[in-house]
Design a protein around this ligand. Structure first.
Ligand code: IPM
Ligand code: MN
Length: 371
């Protein structure tokens, strides 16, 4: 093995960058621009290695996720940054499923962390709600549930057709995500955690969620735990979002409420996520998709991808660098140095330039007061 390719050598962080399709390419270019600026400002080294996995590659040579990719990523990289996947030329979404869901499953990225944070009162569609009310994190189980792809179609295309999609919930899988959410709450001095399921209707799979939750919460008496059925949770998120600090739920419900949450905080242009395996390489991406019709037009909002890059640095232990990016993003939102969806008039590239410049000007300062 080439030692230069070993991750962790000389304090260098090696990042695999997968821009993907559509606006994924546009926003990833800005995220890497900002990453380079913050590394330079902090005097740190980042090595960004790009991979061309996506629709173009698939249409060219049939490759989606290359053989052995997950092994290579685990061995050679500290983290993975993804833009977005999805292209109208591949209506089956085969490449997207193989690459994104493939990496989530093969790298066992069982935590999907999706922070919902309102950066400016003006951005929420809710009346009379401020930054204080909309500030929580959703932990979505990321390796089980309805996403495992178990099932089949019988008598396809006939009037007697049957389609079955299995919902897989394992004790281990449910326990590790619930435990991760409690640990996160404790480490971040958060006092409230809500588990959400649909155990009133899904009386086997989500009964397991109920029983595991009841068991695990006993170990976290310092944290106030609550439960909403998922339909009621959707309503409560709109009615009284301030009650939430940490939400933990299954894969499918987490997918849905993270879009609802993103909209409460100003839309998909601002929503980052981390697909995390605490013991191995993790993957960071914006929650939004590839929006093919806006691709290459310099109009996509790059902030979600940039915030995903910041989550990635924080995860890698570069807390000061992550804070510098977050501060610059807040300033851009406040000063409307943004794309039109957030009230500004800049293009994708100009937002990246503005942030990179802001970071170089402000520098990277330690965020914590030394005792
Ligand atoms: C997300 C996306 C994906 C998901 C799609 C693209 C398969 O919506 O990351 O939320 O459902 O997980
Ligand atoms: Mn989604």
């Amino acid at each position: 093995m080439n030692p230069a390719k070993l991750k962790g050598a000389n304090g260098i962080k090696r990042i695999a960058v997968i821009p993907g399709d559509g606006i994924g390419v546009d926003v990833t270019a800005e995220a890497t621009k900002v990453l380079r600026a913050v590394a330079a400002a902090a005097g740190r080294s980042l090595e960004l290695v790009e991979f061309d996995w996506g629709a173009d590659r698939y249409l060219r040579d049939g490759v989606t996720l290359p053989q052995g990719a997950e092994e290579m990523l685990r061995r050679e990289f500290d983290a993975i940054l993804v833009g977005a996947l999805g292209d109208p030329r591949v209506p089956s979404m085969k490449h997207a499923a193989d690459i994104l869901l493939g990496l989530r499953f093969k790298l066992d990225l069982f935590v999907n962390a999706r922070p919902i944070e309102l950066l400016d009162t003006a951005l929420t569609p809710l009346r009379d709600r401020t930054e204080r009310d909309i500030h929580f994190i959703v932990f979505r189980e990321n390796t089980e549930g309805l996403y495992v792809g178990m099932g089949g179609i019988f008598k396809k295309g006939t009037p007697d057709e049957i389609a079955i999609q299995e919902d897989v919930n394992t004790r281990k899988g449910v326990e590790r995500i619930i435990r991760y959410a409690f640990e996160y709450a404790r480490q971040h001095q958060l006092r409230r955690l809500c588990m959400s399921d649909k155990s009133n209707a899904l009386t086997y799979g989500h009964d397991l969620w109920q029983r595991v939750f009841a068991q695990v919460k006993e170990e976290y008496a310092d944290i106030e735990s609550s439960h909403w059925y998922i339909d009621a949770l959707a309503m409560q998120m709109v009615k009284d979002p301030g009650q939430f600090q940490v939400i933990v739920t299954c894969n499918m419900f987490g997918d849905i409420i993270s879009d609802l949450g993103a909209q409460l905080a100003g839309g998909m242009g601002l929503a980052p996520s981390g697909n995390i395996n605490p013991e191995s390489v993790s993957l960071f991406e914006p929650v939004h998709g590839s929006a093919p019709k806006y691709a290459g037009k310099n109009i996509a909002n790059p902030l979600a991808a940039i915030l995903a890059a910041s989550m990635m640095l924080d995860h890698l232990g570069w807390a000061d660098e992550a804070a510098a990016i977050n501060a610059a993003v807040r300033a851009s939102v406040r000063e409307k140095q943004t794309t039109p969806d957030l009230g500004g008039s800049l293009g994708t590239r100009e937002v990246g330039d503005w942030l990179a410049n802001q970071i170089s000007k402000q520098g990277v300062a330690p965020v914590r007061v030394q005792q």
